[in-house]
Design a protein around this ligand. Structure first.
Ligand SMILES: [Zn+2]
Ligand SMILES: [Zn+2]
Length: 253
C-alpha cells in the first residue's frame, strides 16, 4: 500500500499541515489538509474519506475540499466515520451556519456528501484495502485503524492518550510493518497532554513497553510550537525502532 503524508502535525503553522494521509492515491485518512496539500485535479481523484474523530485538526479542510470538487464528480463523496463523529460534523460543521449542509445539496436525493457509519472492530473494504477501526482513548470517541493490503498491515493510532486495545492488535498482527503513534506535547506539558488525552515522549516510551515485538514506530501529530522539544526528547530515548512520520513523504508497505 502507498501512504502519502499530506499533513503530519496536530496543528498548523508555516510548512506544518494538519493530520491527513492519502492512501493509494484515492482514499483520504482524516481531512486536516486535503485542500492545502493537493492540486484541484488530485482532490477530484479522492474517492472516499475516513475520519478518526471530529476534532478540527482532522476535519478542517472538509468544507473547502468539498467546495473544490463540487460539480466535478459523478458520484457523491463517501465519508466513513463513527456515529459520534458524523453527529458532530452534521451539528457543528455542515449546519448551514458554519458551512452549507452538503449532505442535502444540491438536493437530498443527489447529495455531494454521503456518510457511512463505522463500528468498533468491524472491518470494511475500501480502495482495495481493509480497514479495521480500533477504539483509542481521546477526549471524544476516536478510532485508530488497522490498514491491510496484500498481506501487509499498518496500524494508525490517531489521537490517543495511554491506551490498550491498539497494543493488543499490534501484538497479534504478524504482518504489521509499521505503527504510527501520536506524540503531541513535550514532557514539560505532561499535564496538558493528560487532560487532552495525548502522549508526550515519556508516556510514549511507557506505551511502547506494551509492544511485545519489534516493529518500526513512526511518531506523528506533534503540535508545531512543541516540535523542537518533542523531537529532542524522542531522540533522547535512543530507541532505534523509532522515527518521525515525515510530511510530504510517500511510504510503500
Ligand atoms: Zn488531533
Ligand atoms: Zn483530537
Amino acid at each position: 500500500m502507498r501512504i502519502e503524508v499530506l499533513g503530519g502535525y496536530g496543528g498548523e503553522s508555516l510548512g506544518r499541515r494538519m493530520t491527513c494521509l492519502l492512501l493509494n492515491d484515492a482514499i483520504a485518512l482524516d481531512a486536516g489538509s486535503l485542500s492545502q496539500a493537493l492540486t484541484i485535479d488530485r482532490q477530484v481523484g479522492v474517492e472516499a474519506i475516513l475520519l478518526t474523530h471530529s476534532h478540527m485538526d482532522h476535519t478542517s479542510s472538509l468544507p473547502f475540499f468539498i467546495e473544490n470538487v463540487f460539480g466535478r464528480r459523478d458520484q457523491p463523496l463517501d465519508v466513513y466515520a463513527s456515529p459520534a463523529t458524523i453527529y458532530a460534523i452534521r451539528k457543528y460543521l455542515f449546519n448551514n451556519a458554519t458551512w452549507p449542509d452538503f449532505t442535502r445539496l444540491p438536493n437530498h436525493l443527489l447529495p455531494v456528501v454521503k456518510f457511512h457509519e463505522i463500528q468498533d472492530e468491524v472491518p470494511f473494504e475500501l480502495g482495495g484495502m481493509r480497514f479495521t477501526p480500533i477504539p483509542v482513548h481521546h477526549l471524544v470517541p476516536t478510532h485508530g485503524f488497522l490498514i491491510e493490503q496484500d498481506g501487509q498491515a499498518v496500524l494508525w493510532s490517531s489521537d490517543t492518550g495511554p491506551t490498550q486495545r491498539l497494543w493488543e492488535i499490534a501484538n497479534t498482527t504478524p504482518s504489521l510493518r509499521a505503527l504510527c503513534l501520536d506524540t503531541s506535547f513535550n514532557n514539560a506539558l505532561q499535564q496538558i497532554a493528560d487532560v487532552s488525552f495525548h502522549l508526550t515522549p515519556q508516556t510514549f516510551a511507557q506505551e511502547l513497553e506494551k509492544l511485545e515485538r519489534k516493529v518500526p514506530i513512526l511518531v506523528h501529530h506533534i503540535k508545531p510550537p512543541c516540535e523542537e522539544e518533542v523531537r529532542a526528547e524522542i531522540c533522547a530515548l535512543g530507541n532505534p525502532d523509532v522515527d518521525f512520520l515525515e510530511q510530504g513523504k510517500v511510504y510503500d508497505f
